[in-house]
Structures are given as structure tokens and as C-alpha cells.
Ligand binder design. Structure first.
Ligand code: ATP
Length: 469
């Protein structure tokens, strides 16, 4: 994780927020490459969930909503984590996570939580811990000039409630029929007790949520459908089933209104953790909004003349966690033959200080071409031949109209390739003297490092096959 985090900082994927002021815990900035990576995740999700389906519509709801939304959703009353403080070193923990780390389980008796004997502060080893107490994770603020209780509002802790609150309006304008979905991507905020594991658990993050409304009784089949659709999507962005785990909640661990829930997890260096939850939530949310707003959230089925509150399947994923999984999955240290002489790259031996004779080390991010922040590096072989540079510039302009590309004319060509390997650029396009004669370029593959001569007319179709198959 340390090597990855240092690469992410050095190459401009991820920075600590407000670092010049010492940073702020639980908040992160995405640099030039990080925001391209996130944009690709969002785009591929939006394309797969909204654009390529007839029965899903998009929404971009406000972050601050009427405070009653959060009463109806249950967040005001129940969106709390039990926390404990160390009285000696003042560290604060999520009580369940602290227990779990020490192979213990938080105890509950008559609605009261307590720590089992033997659980200590992992920071200083002290046993002097407070009793667990509930801590609401919502960030509150005030709307307007007077900061009193009547002006109180919350930053949304999830994007889903914007969808439920607008359900009937979208139903009217889109004229869709059940089953149909509403999708939203946006920021969510949770005042996490203990933000940690880099960008995995932060206080400001981004969600991609779909609420898929169905006829009551069809919950199980639609839930299975969405679990399978989502796994296909992960495979498509370069996280194949072998790199993921699914966890099906046993019935006694489900929320009281839920019919089923499956988490999609990734084996991070710090443990197997959730990327996405796919829940069959019954009609809990719409019914609660009907009750709290006094406005019906019924759906009328014109074919069967039935009126009902639709049930919902909710695939809810985190952009930041998916970005982190992609970064972890792509990161690779290997040894390659020096000066591109014959021989295959091979995994670096973690025990060895340096590569064997004739080899050098390279760090390569093996992103799938679909998700890679930069698709191609374009290189004029030398920078002091205006004709060659001009030709390379034409190729570059052509490619970047379509994809995010990087122009680099400085340094030895091997070093330029290596700089792109480190950020996961799948293609290197080198323009040399032969290009001026016959309109061919060298196309270099990041993973195999093989170089092939390609006619300029063939270049885009060749790249397209891998970037947008
Ligand atoms: P966890 O148990 O890890 O706190 P959760 O089950 O509370 O997560 P959900 O409420 O189901 O999470 O939110 C849906 C998705 O939003 C999660 O699968 C995750 O990808 C993302 N997410 C939730 N909380 C955070 C956070 N603090 N930082 C980054 N992403 C988050």
C-alpha cells in the first residue's frame, strides 16, 4: 500500500486534501490522473446502467435536501455508529472495528452495547476505554443566515434518497413502466469516526447508485439479475470475478425490510472489503416518504389495473473504493531485460534488493485499456527535427480528439516509455524517420513491451479494439 500511495502522490493520482495546511483527516484530492481515472469509472457505469438500457433514467439531485427526507429515510434516528474513546491517548474508534481487529465481538444486552473484556486501545495499549456510544454520521449545516434549529440541514450521507424523493416526478416525465430504474452519481458525506485505509473510508466520497423499481414478489429474480449484471461490469473494467468475492447476507443479518443483500468485495492489502452492496429493499423507502410527505408514491399498472408501491433493488457502489481496487489490482513491480533486448518481463522477487544481471526494474500499472487514465503516449523520436515533430503533432492531435493522450518529446525513448508504464498508459506511439517516408509508426504495448510497425490508417482501429471493444 505504501509503494502504491507514494506512486499515486508522485504521479498525480491522489493527494491529501489541503496538504499545505497539514491535511484534513478523511478528505482526499484527485490529481490530473486520478480525476481521469474516476471520470472513466463514472462514464463506464453511466453508459452501462443508463445509456444502454431503455428502462433506466438519470438524475442529478441536490446534495442538501429538505431535512424531513432524512427523518423519513431513518438517517436522523438511526444512522449512527457506536464509538469508543481512549481516555489516555484520546484516540477514537468505531467500537465494532476495534473489537474485530482483536478477534472479539461487540456485546449487546437489553439494547446496550459494551466492549468485551480484554479489548484495548490499539494505539497505546490502554484498557481505559469509554463505553460505546452512538454517534450520528451525518454532517449537519444551517441553511440561510440564522443558525438555529429550524434552519438545520444535512449533507446527504447517500445519493439514494434523492432518487426516492423524486420518484413520482421522474415516473411522470419519463413515462417508463415498472420495471424501471433511476440512477444517480454524486458526492456523499459521512462523518466517519475513524477514516482510514487511504481513500477506502473517507468522509467525503462519491457514490453511483441505481434504484430499480419492480413489481412486489419479483424481488429475488431481479436481485439475482442485478448481482450478475454488476459482476459483468466489474469484469469489463478489469476486475474479473477471480479478483472479487461476493458475500450473501444470512437472513438474520438483513435489515428488517430487506429481502436479500449481496456485497461485492475486493481483497485489498488491508483485507477483503466492500466495493458495492446490492440490496433488495422491499418498498421501505417509498412507503416512508409517502408517510412523511403525505404524498402517494403508488404506481398504477395500466395493464393489470393494479395499484402498488413498487419494491426496489439497489446496487450501490463507491467510486473511490472502485478506484482504489483498480489501482491495487493494476500495481505491479517487475524486472525487464535492459535496453529492450530479448526476454520477457518477469515479476520482481520481493526478497531481492536489485534485479539480476541484464535486467532493470520497472513499475507498471496494468490498467485495462478501457479504464486507463491516459490511453496513449505520443513521442517524436527526436525533438530537434521540426519535420518529424510536426508529423508527430498531427498524429497526437488526431488521437486526442478521441482519447486522453500525452505528448512527450523529452529524454531517451526508453525512459519516456517507462514514465507511461508507471501511470498505466496502454499504448506508446513513436514517430520516427521512417514515418516521414511511409506513414507508419511504432506501436508499443505496455504489458508485453512489444513494438509493431503500424500504418497510420490502422492506428486508431487497432487502439479502438482494446479501448472500446
Ligand atoms: P461500510 O460498511 O464499509 O461503512 P456501508 O455498508 O455503510 O459501507 P453503504 O451505505 O452500503 O456502505 O454505501 C454504499 C457504497 O458507498 C459502499 O459500498 C462504498 O463503496 C461506498 N461508501 C460508503 N461509505 C464510504 C466511505 N466512508 N468512504 C468511501 N466510500 C464509501
Amino acid at each position: 500500500m505504501e509503494s502504491l500511495a507514494s506512486l499515486c502522490k508522485r504521479r498525480g493520482f491522489i493527494f491529501q486534501s489541503s496538504e499545505i495546511y497539514g491535511g484534513i483527516n478523511g478528505f482526499w484530492d484527485y490529481g490530473p490522473l486520478g480525476c481521469e481515472l474516476k471520470a472513466n469509472i463514472r462514464d463506464l457505469w453511466w453508459r452501462n446502467i443508463v445509456r444502454e438500457r431503455d428502462n433506466v433514467a438519470g438524475l442529478d439531485a441536490s446534495i442538501i435536501m429538505h431535512p424531513r427526507v432524512w427523518e423519513a429515510s431513518g438517517h436522523v434516528g438511526g444512522f449512527a455508529d457506536p464509538m469508543v474513546d481512549c481516555r489516555d491517548c484520546r484516540r477514537r474508534y468505531k467500537a465494532d472495528a476495534l473489537c474485530e481487529e482483536q478477534n472479539a465481538q461487540l456485546q449487546e444486552s437489553e439494547g446496550r452495547l459494551s466492549l468485551p473484556d480484554g479489548v484495548v486501545c490499539t494505539g497505546c495499549g490502554s484498557k481505559n476505554l469509554t463505553e460505546p456510544r452512538a454517534f450520528n454520521l451525518m454532517f449537519s449545516t444551517h441553511v440561510g443566515p440564522v443558525a438555529d434549529a429550524s434552519a438545520m440541514a444535512y449533507l446527504r450521507p447517500e445519493t439514494a434518497q434523492g432518487i426516492f424523493a423524486d420518484f413520482s416526478q421522474i415516473l411522470t416525465v419519463s413515462r417508463m413502466k415498472v420495471p424501471f430504474g433511476i440512477a444517480q452519481i454524486g458526492k456523499a458525506f459521512r462523518n466517519e469516526i475513524n477514516p482510514r485505509n487511504y481513500i477506502f473510508r473517507s468522509r467525503e466520497f462519491e457514490q453511483m447508485e441505481l434504484e430499480f423499481f419492480i413489481k412486489p414478489g419479483e424481488d429475488t429474480e431481479w436481485h439475482e439479475y442485478w448481482v450478475s449484471e454488476r459482476l459483468k461490469w466489474y469484469d469489463m473494467i478489469g476486475l474479473p470475478a477471480a479478483s472479487l468475492e461476493t458475500f450473501t447476507y444470512p437472513p438474520d443479518e438483513l435489515a428488517h425490510y430487506a429481502v436479500a443483500c449481496v456485497d461485492i468485495k475486493y481483497a485489498f492489502p488491508f483485507g477483503v472489503q466492500e466495493l458495492e452492496g446490492i440490496a433488495a429493499r422491499g418498498n421501505y423507502d417509498l412507503s416512508r416518504h409517502a408517510e412523511y410527505s403525505g404524498k402517494s408514491q403508488d404506481y398504477f399498472d395500466p395493464e393489470t389495473n393494479e395499484r402498488f408501491v413498487p419494491h426496489v433493488i439497489e446496487p450501490s457502489a463507491g467510486v473511490d473504493r472502485i478506484a482504489l481496487a483498480l489501482l491495487c489490482n493494476a500495481y505491479c513491480e517487475e524486472w525487464i531485460p535492459k535496453n529492450n533486448t530479448d526476454g520477457e518481463p518477469r515479476p520482481a522477487d520481493p526478497g531481492a534488493k536489485r534485479p539480476p544481471e541484464g535486467y532493470e526494474a520497472r513499475t507498471v500499472m496494468r490498467f485495462s485499456p478501457r479504464i486507463a487514465p491516459v490511453k496513449a503516449g505520443v513521442f517524436p523520436l527526436v525533438k530537434n527535427k521540426p519535420e518529424l515533430v510536426a508529423k508527430a503533432r498531427i498524429v497526437y492531435e488526431q488521437l486526442r480528439r478521441r482519447w486522453n493522450c500525452f505528448w512527450d518529446q523529452t529524454g531517451a525513448i526508453g525512459r519516456r516509455y517507462r514514465r507511461q508504464d508507471e501511470i498505466g498508459t496502454p499504448f506508446g506511439v513513436t514517430i520516427d524517420f521512417q514515418t516521414l517516408d511511409d506513414d507508419t509508426v511504432t506501436l508499443r504495448d505496455r504489458d508485453t513491451m512489444q513494438q509493431t510497425r503500424v500504418a497510420l490508417d490502422e492506428l486508431m482501429p487497432r487502439m479502438e479494439q482494446q479501448i472500446e471493444p
